[in-house]
Structures are given as structure tokens and as C-alpha cells.
Design a protein around this ligand. Structure first.
Ligand code: DAH
Length: 341
């Protein structure tokens, strides 16, 4: 039996070395090691041998099986690389096929607009001052001259947290107090960008979450003329030399006097549309001369120092610049919208 096995082994090994294609290899495997293959059948015969013959034959048949499997793997690898080489040298490579396009990310329209705003204010000598998103009632309202029972609080519907007195900022104005307390008594020229949150009805014009860019200048002899000149200059740099602007008197508790600045609606060219509420104008910011109480709360003596402040909405500005008709697009994560920028 063992002699027969050794003979078969030698024969199969020789046949394996002569198998030079995948098809031949497959046939060889089926014949030698497959379910009904020669060696497999021999393994099954162990049980029919006499007890004396059994151990030696069993050991040998297992050895033969392992060696043949090993040899088969080595021969397969050789055949495969030879076949690959043959294909490469035989077939030509078509270099005119278009490659796969790389997916490139892009910036969100709010980010694009924020960067443009930073650049313009940077050119005009304003630094960026980062202020927190989660605020206290004291900074968001009280220090800005809005006492607890003041009716002006209705202007800012507020998200409260479970900790009393801790809220999500409704505007970037509390950053004014942080900046003043840090820089006092030095002069200040900063912008304060960031996310604001309001518990409001979501419509085409207002979202519960949006960016603001606050601005603050504090120094000696700063006047309303500086405020107007600076903001008109900003609007020209942002929207073009010939863009019309206007100031309307308004009320804010933290500035006196206060105003709002409008830019001619770019979407309808001033004729009136859904975005400008059929007025032809789009309000882009609130502004004013910093209230003496606020200056004092920031550590500045209002008889010596004066300043102006403003707060603008970058999403509103992006709507003007890109012709976006609905503010809800900004945070809806719809790629059809985002891919356009
Ligand atoms: N904080 C105001 C708001 O959210 C905007 C604003 C108005 C900011 C006048 C100012 C300002 O700094 O002077 O409605």
C-alpha cells in the first residue's frame, strides 16, 4: 500500500509541474486532492488496513497530502504571475480612457461669506475676537442695558438651559462686554463673529440658528460720522461701488442713537420680492453709538471714551450676494443646494 502511495505521489508531483495553465491546475486539483480525488480516497482507505499497517500508512498519507497541497499553492502562484505577464504584454493599455474624478469638498456659502467679511474688516484694521456661544443672562442682557423686566427682551426669544441664568446667546453683542473688559483702557477695533440662537418661528427669512458678526470700535472722539462712513465703506467693498444703502433710525438698548442699515435688494433690484418683504431693501445690520451705560459696564469712562457698534447677519448677506431666496437652505444639508457654491 505504502509503495503504491509513494508511486502515486511521484506521479502526481510530476503532473503538477507540467500543469502550466489555470485550467490544467484545476483539473489536477480535482484529480489529486478534490472530494473524489486520488489522495482523498486513499485517506479514506486507512480504516480497511490491518492494525499493524494502519499507523505508518496514516502518517504517510497525511504527509503526502500536505506536501501536495503546498506544491499546488506554489505552482498556482507561478502560473498566475506568468498568465498576468502574458496578458500585459499581449493586450495594449488604453490610456485614453478618462480617469475617475476625484471628489472635492467645498466651502459652505455661510463660510465663504464670513471669510469675505473678515477680509474686508481686516483690511480696515479690525481684529477678530472670539466669544462664547453659551452665555449668562447677565452678559447677554443685563450688562447690555437690558434689565430683567425690560420690554426690549421680547426682541430676543431665548433658548434657556436647565441651569438658571445660563442661556444660548441670542446675539453676538455680549462679546462687546468681554472684549471691553479684556482691553480696557486701551482703544478697541474688533469684530466678533459666531453662531446665535433664537426660539423663533422658522420662515424663509428667519432661522433658529444663524451667524452674526458684531463690530466694536472704542476710543477717543469716535462719532456717528465714523460709524456711517465705516459702514458705507464696508457695503461698497462687499456689494460693489454703486450699491445703494440707507440708514433708518431704530431702537436698541445698548446703543444711543441707534439705526439699521439697508442695502438695495439684489434679488429684485429694488422692485420688491419675497426676500425683501416687497420693500426693495434688505436689512443687513443694526448699529449705533455705544450706550454710556454699556461703556461703563465694559470699564470705560463714557465722559472720556466713545464708540460705535454694529451687528450684521452673514446669511442675509449671502442671500443678497448669491440670490438665495430661502434662509432655511443654509442648515438643511441638501447637497443640491450646497454643491452650487
Ligand atoms: N444685537 C442686535 C440684534 O441681534 C444687533 C445689533 C444692533 C448689534 C445694534 C449692535 C448694535 O452692536 O449696535 O438684533
Amino acid at each position: 500500500m505504502i509503495d503504491q502511495l509513494n508511486e502515486d505521489y511521484a506521479r502526481l508531483l510530476e503532473a503538477l509541474n507540467e500543469a502550466n495553465s489555470s485550467a490544467e491546475l484545476d483539473a489536477w486539483y480535482k484529480e489529486a486532492l478534490g472530494r473524489k480525488g486520488h489522495i482523498t480516497l486513499m485517506t479514506r482507505q486507512v480504516g480497511q488496513l490491518s492494525p499493524e499497517e494502519r499507523p505508518a500508512f496514516g502518517r504517510r498519507v497525511n504527509e503526502v497530502k500536505k506536501e501536495l497541497e503546498h506544491a499546488y499553492r506554489a505552482q498556482s502562484a507561478r502560473v498566475q504571475s506568468a498568465e498576468l505577464l502574458a496578458t500585459i504584454s499581449r493586450d495594449s493599455l488604453d490610456v485614453t480612457l478618462p480617469g475617475r474624478r476625484q471628489w472635492r469638498g467645498r466651502l459652505h456659502p455661510a463660510t465663504l461669506t464670513l471669510r469675505e467679511i473678515y477680509r474686508i474688516w481686516g483690511d480696515m484694521g479690525f481684529q477678530i475676537y472670539r466669544s462664547r456661544d453659551v452665555e449668562t443672562d447677565e452678559y447677554n442682557f443685563e450688562l447690555l442695558n437690558i434689565p430683567e423686566d425690560h420690554p426690549a427682551r421680547d426682541m430676543w426669544d431665548t433658548f434657556h438651559t436647565t441651569t438658571p441664568g445660563v442661556i444660548l446667546r441670542t446675539h453676538t453683542s455680549p462679546g462687546q462686554i468681554h472684549a471691553m473688559r479684556e482691553y480696557c483702557p486701551e482703544p478697541i477695533r474688533v469684530i466678533l463673529p459666531g453662531m446665535c440662537f433664537r426660539y423663533e418661528q422658522i420662515t424663509a427669512r428667519s432661522e433658529i440658528q444663524f451667524n452674526q458678526v458684531e463690530g466694536l470700535a472704542v476710543g477717543h472722539s469716535i462719532t456717528m460720522a465714523d460709524l456711517k462712513g465705516t459702514l458705507v465703506d464696508f457695503a461698497k467693498r462687499m456689494f460693489g461701488e454703486h450699491r445703494k444703502t440707507r440708514f433708518r433710525a431704530n431702537y436698541f438698548p445698548f446703543t444711543e442713537p441707534s439705526a439699521e442699515m439697508d442695502v438695495e435688494c439684489l434679488l429684485c433690484g429694488g422692485d420688491g420680492c419675497q426676500v425683501c418683504k416687497y420693500t426693495g431693501w434688505l436689512e443687513i445690520l443694526g448699529c449705533g453709538m455705544v450706550h454710556p451705560t454699556v461703556l461703563r459696564n465694559g470699564g470705560y469712562d463714557p465722559t472720556v471714551f466713545s464708540g460705535f457698534a454694529f451687528g450684521m447677519g452673514p446669511e442675509r448677506i449671502a442671500m443678497l450676494k448669491f440670490g438665495i431666496e430661502d434662509i432655511r437652505n443654509f442648515w438643511a444639508n441638501d447637497l443640491r443646494f450646497l454643491k452650487q457654491f
